[in-house]
Design a protein around this ligand. Structure first.
Ligand code: UDP
Length: 417
């Protein structure tokens, strides 16, 4: 392949679950000689145990560009991502810039849009409808700036359409976390059997199958004294050890609020992926507010309590894999005990995971590559809207087609490519 025939694509990521979820997509894109892949890391996560260990464990090559964005507030971080990404994209001039998820890093899509570089959003159209969450705003913004949205499930696509997004921009692909677990966990049974030695559990003060695994990092939970206290009350009501790799923000907030951990809770720093998956599959269940952990637990047949008012993943309730606990509500001792009891009862239960067939990463990579070569990435064209905008355009060549555009909300005339 001639170097000039290769199509340049920028992929912009920035936090721990991004590396995990995108690991195979990056591999498939990199394997295709027709793609000139430029992987950009925002710097939102930067320590070894939140970043580099995942690159090593999942065989993800280093990023080509490190933006090195840090900041104390969301405003500083998202503004930093836009400011530092802009000149990089300006120089690279990729055919499209790909973003994943709902973090400050995703707000970098503003820089791509400012440069009229088509935006691709993986994990589009997910909504919790909980407007307290920073993530909810980021998803909404990035979906509406996107030229191509990869939604995991049909129901997410329907959510996006209900919000006014152009249906022709949304491709349903399944959730890549299924593929990641197939590849790295199910595909390497010996590695995980070796890891789950008696010494592994003894070193952590745990007995296999006799503990719960907890994660808690969401702003709505850890930034509020009452909510964080209820999370601890739930963990304290469990009659077993609760192993708690806690995010640094959570550790800081616990200190700031002067909250003490219940005696059964063993708090440690965040751990690597191999260690986390080993802890998860040998636990009795997980207490979590993490989007990815609740999916992984469901896929790996581990029961969970979702410690959230609202979720983007209601499917885990539908299949009977998860119990709801809302830390933002007053909780009586009886309700807390009831939640723990429901979780205990789920131990050993089985369900059908609803997230996908394990081919999502492949689908995303193949579709992206086809669009890179087919020229169908930019979809914000005058004829892409659900009202006739042609009368706003003079006959100056901007209009791509002469077709008379309908004004019907349903009869969209956006090309499907
Ligand atoms: N995880 C990990 N070590 C930990 C905690 C989580 O490897 O100490 C993994 C977990 O398996 C999942 C991802 O990190 O794949 C979840 O990250 P997080 O909860 O921060 O993000 P969210 O999914 O809520 O965006």
């Amino acid at each position: 392949m001639r170097a000039d025939a290769r199509k340049r694509l920028a992929v912009v990521l920035g936090i721990r679950p991004d590396v995990i979820r995108a690991s195979l997509i990056l591999r498939y894109l990199r394997e295709d000689r027709s793609v000139d892949l430029r992987f950009i890391w925002s710097g939102q996560h930067y320590s070894d145990n939140l970043k580099d260990i995942f690159f090593r464990e999942l065989d993800v090559p280093r990023a080509d560009v490190e933006l090195g964005v840090h900041g104390a507030t969301d405003a500083e971080i998202s503004a930093g991502v836009i400011a530092r990404l802009y000149p990089v994209l300006e120089e690279l001039r990729p055919e499209a810039a790909v973003f994943l998820g709902d973090t400050n890093t995703v707000i970098g899509c503003m820089a791509a849009a400012q440069l009229n570089i088509p935006v691709v959003h993986i994990e589009g159209c997910m909504r919790s409808y909980d407007w307290r969450m920073p993530e909810e705003k980021y998803r909404t913004i990035s979906d509406h700036l996107s030229d191509r949205i990869y939604a995991y499930l049909e129901e997410y696509r329907a959510q996006g359409i209900a919000e006014g997004l152009n249906p022709n921009r949304i491709t349903v692909v399944g959730n890549p976390i299924v593929d990641v677990l197939d590849e790295y966990y199910r595909g390497r049974p010996q590695r995980y059997e070796r890891l789950a030695s008696a010494a592994f559990f003894a070193e952590r003060g745990l007995t296999r199958g006799e503990y719960y695994l907890m994660t808690c990092h969401r702003r709505e939970n850890v930034g509020d004294h009452a909510s964080l206290s209820r999370v601890l009350a739930l963990a304290g009501a469990v009659a077993r050890a609760v192993y708690f790799p806690a995010s640094y923000r959570t550790q800081r907030m616990l200190k700031e609020f002067g909250l003490t951990l219940p005696r059964n809770v063993l708090m440690v720093n965040p751990v690597g992926y191999d260690e986390f998956l080993t802890l998860l599959v040998h636990s009795r269940g997980t207490l979590t507010d993490s989007g990815t952990v609740v999916e992984e637990a469901c896929i790996l047949q581990v029961a969970s309590v979702q410690m959230r008012r609202a979720t983007e993943r209601p499917q885990v309730y539908d299949v009977g894999a998860s119990v709801k606990f809302d830390p933002s509500l007053e909780q009586s001792e009886a309700t807390i005990a009831g939640t723990v009891e429901k979780l205990e009862r789920l131990y050993g239960a089985r369900w059908k995971q609803p997230f996908g067939d394990g081919r999502s990463s492949r689908r995303i990579a193949e579709d992206l590559i086809a669009r890179l070569h087919g020229g169908g990435l930019g979809t914000h064209q005058p004829d892409a809207y659900h009202v006739s905008v042609t009368r706003s355009y003079r006959d100056d060549g901007l209009r791509r087609s002469t077709i008379a555009l309908g004004t019907s909300l349903i009869g969209l005339s956006c090309p499907t490519s």
